[in-house]
Design a protein around this ligand. Structure first.
Ligand SMILES: C[S@@+](CC[C@H](N)C(=O)[O-])C[C@H]1O[C@@H](n2cnc3c(N)ncnc32)[C@H](O)[C@@H]1O
Length: 232
């Protein structure tokens, strides 16, 4: 079914648009140098953000991240670090379903995505949220704060950039976690990364105990982990 075009930045609560989208998807495209063609669509009464080959926010991605959070144990008051903002679909579940009250820092490399997150998905309404435009690796390398929960959800289209599977990145990430802090890694859709993930689970043990969850929502692999406090 060919989607109908709709003008950008339209009112989130437009009842006509919601109703129409049950019958026919409504879409507009945005070009980004870093992310390629991005698509904002109304589908079945919900607005979603997609890249050319993947859902970025508010569709299956949100279901996958929510599954991960439901299987983690983290302090609701602790600061949260989100690497990969996209349209920010996990922010409201964090605040509402998981009752997180701590400050959230979201790191996003693509200024076009940050603009969409504000204009189309009103992330500015999320309380105590700081958005940093930066590369997630550079951010993690220079950050001195400690977090109770880190979500690694970094994709370019349907690929996780290889650096996010590397032990060097994870060693650095481990030092940003409070003792007992939790981590959720959305490790992608492709089984061919299985060996890299095995190496990561082994390499981070026992500092972070990572568990693999396969085919979450039928597609993605998640690594869920907890930072273990060093023994004296
Ligand atoms: C699947 S989306 C994130 C969805 C988001 N977590 C949510 O809650 O809806 C992946 C995001 O990672 C961003 N990204 C890709 N490479 C990055 C990098 N090196 N540093 C920071 N963000 C990056 C992309 O621009 C994209 O917005």
């Amino acid at each position: 079914m060919k989607p109908l075009a709709f003008p950008p930045g339209e009112d989130e609560t437009s009842p006509l648009k919601k109703w129409l989208s049950y019958v026919w998807p409504l879409t507009h495209h945005v070009q980004s140098d870093l992310s390629g063609t991005l698509e904002v669509s109304w589908v079945n009464g919900r607005k979603v953000l997609d890249s050319r080959n993947a859902n970025y926010s508010y569709g299956s991605l949100q279901t996958i991240l929510t599954y991960g959070l439901a299987h983690l144990d983290f302090s609701a008051e602790a600061p949260v670090l989100l690497l990969g903002l996209g349209g920010g679909s996990i922010l409201r579940p964090l605040r509402e379903a998981f009752r997180c009250t701590g400050p959230i820092t979201a790191v996003e490399v693509d200024p076009v995505v940050i603009d969409l997150a504000h204009r189309e998905f009103q992330v500015g309404d999320v309380p105590d949220l700081t958005i940093v435009q930066a590369d997630a690796v550079a951010y993690v390398t220079q950050c001195t704060q400690r977090f109770g929960l880190v979500i690694v959800d970094v994709f370019v289209d349907d690929q996780v950039p290889p650096v996010f599977y590397a032990l060097t990145f994870w060693e650095r990430l481990a030092s940003l976690l409070r003792p007992g802090g939790s981590v959720l890694f959305n490790a992608g859709l492709h089984r061919r990364h299985a060996l890299r993930l095995e190496a990561l689970i082994e390499g981070m043990h026992p500092r972070i105990q990572l568990q693999r969850h396969e085919r979450v929502n039928g597609t993605n692999t998640l690594l869920l982990g907890k930072s273990v406090a060093p023994t004296e």
